[in-house]
Design a protein around this ligand. Sequence first.
Ligand code: ARG
Length: 448
Amino acid sequence: MLRFSESVSSDRRLAVFDIQGSQVHAAMLARAGLISRRDRAAIHAGLERIRREIEAGRFRWRASLEDVHMNIEHALTRRVPAAARLHAGRSRNDQVAVDMRLFLRQACGVVRDRLRAAERTLLAVAAANRDVHIPGYTHLQRAQPVPLAHHVLAWLEMLERDRQRLAEVADHANWCPLGSGALAGTTLPIDREFAAKALGFVDARGRPRLTQNSMDAVADRDVCIEFAAACALVGVHGSRIASDLILWVSAEFGFVRLPDAFCTGSSLMPQKKNPDACELVRGKAARLQGNLQTLLSLVRSLPLTYNRDLQEDKPPVFDSFDQTNLCLEVLAGMLAGLKVNRKRCAAAVADPALFATDLADYLVGRGVAFREAHQAVGAAVRLAEDQGVPLDRLTLAQVRSVHRAFGPGWTDVFDLRRSMAKRRGSGMPGPGQIRRQLRRWRRILGGR
Ligand code: ARG
């Protein structure tokens, strides 16, 4: 049972937050006249010593004391007998809720910083390759040409949404449950506002943010779930980026090369260079999804309020935090060393069939209904196939046999620069828009 019921092996990560919470709680008790100023000072100093011991790795954690809260309180009371008064007006139920909210508020900030670092790397890749074009794909079939930068900036959009989402999760974490007690508050005259302010649980104007129902406050794990969901989405986005890269490094595509440090060879086939880092990012995404599922399953159907099941919330939350950070660090490192093979990209984008839609637009410009234009270009594509020539090598007479609206300048549409220059609308891949987006991202992400 001892090994079964302990959580200290994982929740000791909350030690700094637990100490911070206890110091504020002691200060609040002193203000309320529930403990003396001397006791408060002794408790504070004792907790500082324990903090230093933990940081130095000298603190002895004991599974028999179950969790981080009991370990710290026990060690403190041995040194400072007055610490026996510390737990007044508080329960481990609101204590653990406070600790997790403090942890998650900080964790969101850490993941956001890593996201920003990865986003800056993407911005650098986009800026360095703005004159490179590749085919854009739908159904994994070559569709229309796009600047490589447009594709990379699409990844950037995904990660920026994650960064915003995590700011919202941090905001949701920013409510103080201290004072909820086990589930029904306390009969002691505590000062919740003071504790909330001291722990930084305040709104933009510095007013304390207090949870408004003591039962909900100790039963609620929404922020854990939201954090795991945000991390799972980072994982999903990372895995889509990884899949693009895995395709791009293959001999079949050959658009880019990844730095050797992020690849491995095969133990059997000497010629192999495998994109392991990308594949691991994809694999970790499954794990991040699993953590979210664990947390949802943990909380669903639980009667209010606290149930010991909730102790199992920490491992998946910590794992999501760690693995998300690792994924982002690896993605950023890998992308920083990305080498673009301009020749292969140019060759891939040279197929005139990629301009079939431009050709339909050309006919629309000459008054043809789009559905009719679509059909006509389809017929021209088939004709070119039958003749064994690229689409742009059909003669004017041949395309006119397909549709009368084709005129002498019809092959102008096969010019890549011209095709791109026309895509002027917001969010489109034209060069003016790409420049605008690069400026926008520099503004958002700071730096160069
Ligand atoms: N180890 C517990 C957890 O992590 C702390 C809260 C214990 N509360 C209780 N009523 N047993 O959830």
